[in-house]
Design a protein around this ligand. Sequence first.
Ligand SMILES: Cc1cc2nc3c(=O)[nH]c(=O)nc-3n(C[C@H](O)[C@H](O)[C@H](O)COP(=O)(O)OP(=O)(O)OC[C@H]3O[C@@H](n4cnc5c(N)ncnc54)[C@H](O)[C@@H]3O)c2cc1C
Ligand code: SF4
Length: 469
Amino acid sequence: MGNPKGFIEIPRKEAGYRPVNERIADFSEVEQILDLSDRLLQASRCMDCGVPFCHWACPTHSRMPEWQDAFYREQWEKAIATLQLTNDLPEITGRVCPALCEKSCVLAIHDEAVTIRENEVALAEQAFEMGLITPQPPRRRNGKKVAVIGSGPAGLTVASRLNRAGYEVTVFEKDKKAGGLLRYGIPDFKLTKAVIDRRLDIYEQEGVRFRTGVYAGKDISAKELTQQFDAICLAVGARKPRDLEVPGRELEGIWFAMDYLTQQNLINDGANISGRRRISAKGKKVVVIGGGDTGSDCVGTALRQRARSVTQVEILPQPPVERTEDNPWPFWPQTLRTSSSHQEGCERLWSLRTTKIIGKEGRVTALKLEKLEWKKENGKMIPVGTGEKTKLEADMIILAMGFVHPMQDKLLKDLKTEYDDRGNILPEQHEREIPVFAAGDATLGPSLVVRAIASGQETAERIHAYLER
Ligand SMILES: Cc1cc2nc3c(=O)[nH]c(=O)nc-3n(C[C@H](O)[C@H](O)[C@H](O)COP(=O)(O)OP(=O)(O)OC[C@H]3O[C@@H](n4cnc5c(N)ncnc54)[C@H](O)[C@@H]3O)c2cc1C
Ligand code: SF4
């Protein structure tokens, strides 16, 4: 423990966000950076608890007490080595993770948690600046080849771990650039894409081969993959969006969140998209259906595109501000979360079900909504319609109601992929010509970057154990 009294003497200090009027004028990262001396003091707040619940809560089981102690003492090499031991992409989770760890920090019982996520990104950035994060190519190759399909955080973790263990790894990515949802889903104002490029550059120098713009199943067939590789890992994400089946769904002006966010990310990357193909909220009354993180990213994007107004509609009831008795520490708090995008100016409505979309001359003009009451029945929350109807004007609707499971496309069909009862890919399938594994959202359903990384780590180990036999 850097300073045994750190948690008593030093209050929690967050770097905070750039001022709203400044940040909504651009797509640059919203979060600021604390200066190094303040950051080291924040790391000294870690109490090195006998049972570090933060370590239990983090899916990669990060060793927070150890790396924060080394960080505070400015033992840079030890600190970054300890952090990277369990987290392959700390510069990314440090920016976008909801910090499951902090909600389980022992300090959070009656004080403010250690700023673990911010300390993580600060340490990673310091290590990059000092040249401590460098390519680690394998000393020798073992002659075995693995195809990883998909270059999101799960695919990247599998590829990097197996490559470092001596496998020849090729990552196939259907998009123009690698990164998956990190690049085309998460907006630049949360994660600047230069951060992904810097990591990809390291992976390439280590010997990972990236074949972008190649749709596995179409541009390279399942048969070719089977002939050319010793194992296949499906890290294809869970991209089938949940749709809204109500009258009026066919009207113009209704978009899936991913189509909307991807286009803005492409434009930020220099793409020229204009005319009818351009999805813009400029001057429009925008309604985002879905109150989760994807919806919040749409809110921030619409505000930056100069929407006239932005309203976010959620079917679930408004969560409480504080933990309830049946949701104690150290579990994830089911409390109200307000993102930087919400703070930028958006109305949030709760317990509303969309019953109809109204339009004029083929274009959306409004939504009809019914107020719901949530009742507990046999321990489950059940929505009950109250009959109370409202109408919300809208000339653009964004559907951000989550994703159901992976796109079960040609590659998966040709590989005779097996699914669980939610439609996600089973993690291991051996009864075929070569073993097929799966990692990340493709197996978990829509989840988090840190869970995709943890799943990638486990999958790399399973592939190694199988091919080593
Ligand atoms: C808008 C949005 C915002 C999010 N924000 C956060 C956040 O702030 N924090 C957080 O922790 N999580 C966030 N998430 C969730 C997080 O991004 C995902 O859980 C994570 O990216 C999943 O990683 P993955 O590698 O499993 O899949 P993905 O990132 O989805 O990557 C799958 C890749 O596979 C490729 N692919 C699919 N099929 C093929 C094929 N046949 N051939 C070639 N390539 C193929 C896809 O093009 C894609 O690049 C967000 C998700 C969304 C949608
Ligand atoms: S990855 Fe997320 S949960 Fe794990 S230590 Fe970092 S911020 Fe915490």
